[in-house]
Design a protein around this ligand. Structure first.
Ligand code: ADP
Ligand code: MG
Length: 243
């Protein structure tokens, strides 16, 4: 359903993504691990053109483009089909939890406000924050803010949700409630591409784990295989440090 071929992204002449090939099936849960500075965030950002890639082909459903020739309409389509969950939540501080979830439906999908708010209330119910509809982000815990961030991604009904280290900014006490919500989505077979350092999430939830280093996919496989018998010495070194 999602395919990336020969993706290259350079910053100042240096290839931060150095030829990424990746295909994700509908309903698949893919986790990306790897050292920092390796291009994981850049890969996610290239998938919805938050960064403009320098070369490659991108397929999302029936959208198929050479990334260097993507039109404004292609980019909007790619953004509509991918929802992003940021490390720092990226909520609107001056909007309530309900408005944060409804905003994209109103602005991007052009839903009438009443319909968007009704959908946002359903989502708040599903993420366990029905009683926080009118709360502003500053009055919510980190865990609650990130659940709103995930709720906003759920509302978009995108083909895939891209998670960029969704628990890395959280105090330890809030990590489990956010991972719990992600597990619930995974159980519903929401297609997910997740960059995380939470190895237990990768082990328990992922269908496939990808190890990236230096802008390349070094190794990938089912979590059992990758964690138990990594083939590449770079994967072994990394896992030795984090496990
Ligand atoms: P990761 O998410 O794996 O930690 P990133 O994708 O954030 O890695 O970054 C990969 C490399 O690209 C790093 O060396 C980083 O400094 C560089 N980089 C990322 N974004 C930019 C940018 N906007 N301008 C210049 N360099 C960048
Ligand atoms: Mg990153």
């Amino acid at each position: 359903m999602i395919k990336v071929e020969g993706l290259i992204k350079r910053f100042g002449g240096q290839a931060v993504l150095d030829g990424i090939d990746l295909a994700i099936e509908q309903g698949e849960i893919v986790v990306i691990i790897g050292p920092s500075g390796t291009g994981k965030s850049t890969l996610l950002r290239c998938l919805n053109f938050l960064e403009r890639p320098d070369a490659g082909r991108l397929t999302i459903g029936d959208l198929e483009v050479d990334v260097t020739r993507a039109t404004r309409a292609d980019i909007l389509t790619a953004r509509r089909r991918t929802a992003f969950v940021f490390q720092n939540y990226a909520l609107f501080a001056n909007k309530t939890a309900l408005q944060n979830i409804a905003e994209g439906l109103i602005v991007v999908n052009r839903w009438p406000k009443e319909r968007a708010h009704a959908r946002a209330r359903e989502i708040l119910e599903r993420i366990g924050l029905a009683d926080k509809a009118d709360a502003y982000p500053a009055s919510l815990s980190g865990g609650q803010q990130q659940r709103v961030g995930i709720g906003r991604a759920m509302a978009a009904q995108a083909e895939v949700i891209l998670f960029d280290e969704p628990t890395s900014s959280l105090d330890p006490e809030w990590v489990e409630e956010v991972l719990g919500l992600m597990k619930k989505l995974a159980a519903e077979r929401q297609t997910m591409l997740v960059v995380t350092h939470e190895m237990s999430f990768a082990r328990d939830v992922a269908d496939r784990v990808i190890f990236m280093e230096g802008g390349r996919i070094v190794e990938q496989g089912p979590p059992d295989q990758l964690f138990r018998s990594p083939q590449d010495p770079r994967t072994r070194d990394f896992l030795r440090q984090v496990l």
